[in-house]
Design a binder for this molecule. Structure first.
Ligand code: FES
Length: 592
């Protein structure tokens, strides 16, 4: 097989000329033939001044290059999209698939023998793993690593669970404008990813347990020197992978995904990770079954005492031995023969790590933080294709609750009315947000963490049952039902909920139900479809470019929100991928 600089030549109809031209141009960068004859290791440069979670990428690249050179390879950095949660309008999920396509196609287009993927902020590692799964080129992930915590009035603060906690205090009138601004300057004291078990930390842990990054890579703080040594080692390992041909298809197997789901439950990981894992697995032709994930959650308790489920931060998990301490506890449950980027099995990697006696961040299986896994899958007439709740960070007393629906039909409606003194809402109501799913918003924003209405917050109400087809940040907490599928914008039953309806949440029974008779729901459905504008007026027709492609092709949450053309038919099955608002299925051929 062709390797190195001769790989994937540009098509001119004359391969020798293509190589001649390629070498002529790359020599303009100062490379010698000796350098170009080495294995070529790509490094994704995901630095952006809009992405503080990737603020250390330049130093990481220097260290990775050092490692590549030590092992006899030639490093080539190249840019890809960089996504930060707070600088991604309308929402980062809208851009994840674009980053996956960008990364995948640049991996295919350039003459790479292996690639180092520098990810970090929430959607970046998922996008890179999706790309690696599709391109199937030797690939190794290095997370940028978590930021350190800050302090306010002697209290430890960390992005971004404490961002939400303090914002809640501000909304409730417990702290004033001056104090919230003081806190604002202390929540993110260093570069790096959010320092709780949010989506970034969860996906870093998942990359590590899946064998796609070096042991220990998930938890080393972004600004520690050990992070740079881990980067150097990552560069060296990338050369070994290029020589040995260790492909993602050999690492990202069904066993690796099962290990990832077990770890997701045990770390009290982000709800977003389930969507990401579903999308990554689908690209390897593997279906993540929600019922099986829920069944795993009944066997695997939450062991990691990190916010938002517990009390500590990522730097404490690092001091406790990192993910390996978790894996050591989970050893009896894991597929230990799964391959890792080291060329060793996961079992050998676990055995090779140094234990951390006396640590208190990772609980033993016998005395877990939470008796079951962090995430439960719910079924019911509101969610024919399922939805989820992170019950490890919910209010126990609300996990079985029946209440009156208070409905917001869009993000704008929510923003307009949630703090109105006239809003008819009580503490035991159920807040419902519609039209915030993959197509409806679009991009399924992290709006599922519906704020507690101000007048209730000021009475001291901290949590209510909230349900939507949106996502929520992995750093968020509360009794929040998410990812309802199919979404309301394509006619899911969530669209039929009206103010005053009764909704029953029963997490123990894994149910979420709208307590309205079938006849009435049938009438509402008839009324809904009768009032839908004709297709010619549907917003889709006025869209263009990436937005049009996104709305046309994005799949529902239970399929992973990847584009339908990336999802094998046997995984998509007969479930709706995307529909016109009049209920007809979107397929190539009937696109306006
Ligand atoms: Fe980047 Fe939280 S905003 S990891």
């Amino acid at each position: 097989m062709t390797k190195g600089i001769k790989k994937g030549l540009t098509s001119y109809g004359d391969l020798d000329f293509s190589l001649f031209l390629r070498k002529a141009f790359i020599k303009a960068m100062g490379f010698s033939d000796e350098a170009l004859n080495r294995p070529i290791i790509g490094i994704t440069n995901t630095y952006s001044e809009f992405n503080p979670c990737h603020g250390t990428v330049p130093q990481l690249i220097t260290a990775i290059k050092r490692g590549v050179m030590q092992a006899g390879g030639m490093p080539f950095e190249f840019p890809t999209i960089s996504i930060h949660e707070s600088f991604a309008h309308p929402t980062s999920m809208y851009l994840r698939n674009l980053m996956a396509l960008d990364t995948e196609e640049m991996m295919r287009a350039q003459p790479l023998d292996a690639v180092v993927l520098i990810g970090g902020c929430d959607k970046t590692i998922p996008a890179q793993l999706m790309a690696a799964a599709s391109a199937d080129l030797p690939a190794i992930v290095i997370p940028t690593g978590p930021m350190l915590t800050g302090h306010h009035k002697s209290e430890r603060l960390g992005a971004c669970t404490d961002c939400r906690r303090y914002w809640g205090k501000f909304r409730a009138g417990e702290i004033d404008q001056a104090e919230i601004e003081e806190v604002n300057a202390k929540l993110a004291p260093t570069a790096g990813t959010c320092t709780v078990m949010g989506t970034a930390s969860t996906m870093a842990c998942i990359a590590e347990v899946m064998g796609m990054s070096l042991p220990g890579a998930a938890a080393i703080p972004a600004v520690y020197s050990e992070r740079l040594r881990n980067a150097e080692a990552t560069g060296r390992q990338a050369v070994t992978m290029a020589e040995n041909g260790i492909l993602p298809s050999k690492i990202m197997t069904e066993k690796a995904f099962t290990n990832a789901l077990i770890v997701l439950q045990a770390i009290g990981g982000s709800t977003n990770a389930l969507i990401h894992l579903t999308a990554i697995a689908a690209r390897r032709g593997i279906k993540i079954d929600l019922d099986r994930f829920d069944a795993l959650g009944r066997q695997v308790p939450v062991l990691v005492d990190l916010k938002p489920s517990g009390q500590h931060y990522m730097e404490h998990l690092y001091e406790a031995g990192g993910l390996n301490t978790v894996l050591t506890e989970l050893r009896p449950l894991l597929h230990l023969d799964a391959l890792t980027v080291t060329g060793e099995s996961l079992g050998n990697v676990i055995d090779a790590a140094t234990p951390t006696p006396g640590q208190e961040v990772v609980r033993p299986l016998s005395t877990p933080l939470f008796p079951s896994g962090g995430i439960a899958v719910l079924q019911g007439n509101l969610a024919p294709n399922g939805c989820i709740i992170k019950h490890s960070s919910a209010t126990p007393g609300l996990l079985q609750h029946t209440g009156r629906a208070v409905v917001f039909n869009s993000l704008q409606d929510l923003a307009d009315r949630i703090d109105s003194p006239d809003l008819d809402v009580q503490a035991d109501d159920v807040l419902v947000l519609q039209n915030s799913g993959p197509i409806g918003a679009p991009g399924m924003p992290e709006a599922g963490y519906i704020p507690i209405p101000k007048k209730l917050a000021q009475q001291g109400i901290k949590d209510m049952v909230r349900i939507s087809d949106a996502r929520m940040s992995g750093t968020a907490f509360g009794t929040i039902v998410l990812h309802i599928s199919p979404e309301s914008a394509i006619g899911g039953p969530l669209a039929l909920v009206r103010n005053g309806d009764r909704i029953c949440l029963n997490v123990a029974a894994r149910r979420i139900d709208l307590l309205v008779g079938e006849d009435e729901l049938g009438l509402r459905e008839q009324s809904r479809t009768a009032n839908i504008p004709p297709r010619e007026k549907v917003q889709l027709i006025t869209e263009s470019g990436y937005r049009k492609m996104f709305i046309k092709h994005v799949t529902q949450a239970h399929i992973g929100c990847d584009f339908d053309f990336m999802v094998p038919d046997e995984i998509a099955g007969s479930a709706p991928l995307a529909l016109f608002t009049d209920g007809t299925r979107l397929e190539s051929g009937n696109m306006p």
